[in-house]
Design a protein around this ligand. Structure first.
Ligand code: NI
Length: 181
């Protein structure tokens, strides 16, 4: 794993921006494994993921997307981008209803489409300190949690679309990747 490191003048620890995998990279289809212990190494990864998500102007990032196959998600759906939410080993407890929303993904740049998911969910996870919590979510937060939990199963949001659309997106992103070499 390669790091692009940057020093902050305000904080005296090293922050790292992690490279984000782009669809159709096969590594995005890896199923993540549970975090055994939330230790300093995990907290550093969480902080790096948060930095990476913010630098890329995303609202959510799963460890899978930075090629670390552990069950970790960071989210920030707040207006001021100052309310980080961390989900370690998230587990869906219940879901109800259906809602269709437009989604995008840092691993599928420039592509947006509508996906149907549960309208309301209840999840259990550990936070950055390793403390267990439960949360009920709907709206953008609910959509985002479901989108990121999909990543941990090796599933990218375009896999909810028709095969025709998936093929078009693959072709487009492969072409773009070639042009950027
Ligand atoms: Ni995504």
């Amino acid at each position: 794993m390669s790091f692009v490191t940057a020093f902050s003048s305000e904080l005296d620890h090293i922050m790292a921006l992690l490279p984000i995998l782009h669809y159709p990279d096969p590594r995005l289809h890896t199923r993540a494994t549970a975090v055994a212990v939330v230790d300093e190494r995990i907290r550093q990864l969480v902080d790096d993921m948060a930095e990476t998500m913010r630098a890329a102007e995303g609202v959510g990032l799963a460890a899978t997307q930075v090629d670390v196959h552990l069950r970790i998600i960071v989210l920030d759906v707040s207006e001021d981008h100052q309310q980080l939410q961390v989900f370690i080993n998230p587990r869906l407890l219940s879901s109800e209803g259906e809602a269709e929303n437009e989604e995008g993904c840092l691993s599928v740049p420039g592509i947006y489409d509508r996906v149907t998911r549960a309208r309301r969910i209840k999840v259990e996870a550990m936070n950055r300190e390793g403390k267990l919590f439960t949360l009920e979510a709907e709206g953008l937060l609910g959509t985002c949690i479901q989108h990121e939990m999909d990543h941990l199963e090796g599933k990218v949001f375009v896999q909810h679309l028709s095969q025709l659309k998936q093929n078009r997106i693959k072709t487009k992103l492969r072409k773009r990747a070639r042009e950027n070499l």
